[in-house]
Design a protein around this ligand. Sequence first.
Ligand SMILES: CC(C)(COP(=O)(O)OP(=O)(O)OC[C@H]1O[C@@H](n2cnc3c(N)ncnc32)[C@H](O)[C@@H]1OP(=O)(O)O)[C@@H](O)C(=O)NCCC(=O)NCCS
Length: 133
Amino acid sequence: MTVSIGVLAEAHLRSPALRFLLEGIPPPFLLGLDSGGGLARAVLCNGETVGFLSVTPERDAMMAIHPDHQRKGIATAALALARDVAVNEKAMTRVSAMAKAGRSSGGLLAKFGAVEVDRSGEVILYRIVLAEV
Ligand SMILES: CC(C)(COP(=O)(O)OP(=O)(O)OC[C@H]1O[C@@H](n2cnc3c(N)ncnc32)[C@H](O)[C@@H]1OP(=O)(O)O)[C@@H](O)C(=O)NCCC(=O)NCCS
């Protein structure tokens, strides 16, 4: 299995996985992130688009892998690649991420050293340090 990431482009948005995952998220918003101080990447497994990750200019991070491709280590591998891009190409030092308590994302976030900084009902706000300044 080869996991890679690529700058998010229209072609990725037309893939079945992203059409499913991005329902309700306007494509122009995501496509504009890279040039607007954020980051948007398609996640590919063996060349097939299976998910995406994004960071807004305000450093709010989001990620999703299509359910057909989950639990194979794809998010873990993609986040390791994205962290290098975020630190070395985008000079990002920390990001925030929101996740619901008890969801699969908790284990993934823990792998990347996420620390809970706030909680409102079921929703937890995490902070992840990417690089020490
Ligand atoms: C969270 C998500 C991105 C993980 O993607 P993935 O490719 O399946 O993740 P991985 O296979 O790399 O697993 C990473 C870790 O996440 C946790 N995890 C993933 N799926 C899980 C599940 N179904 N149940 C429990 N833990 C789970 C585990 O800790 C896992 O590590 P392990 O396999 O060593 O136990 C995916 O489940 C998803 O898209 N969920 C919906 C969107 C979301 O919650 N996004 C995160 C908030 S921004």
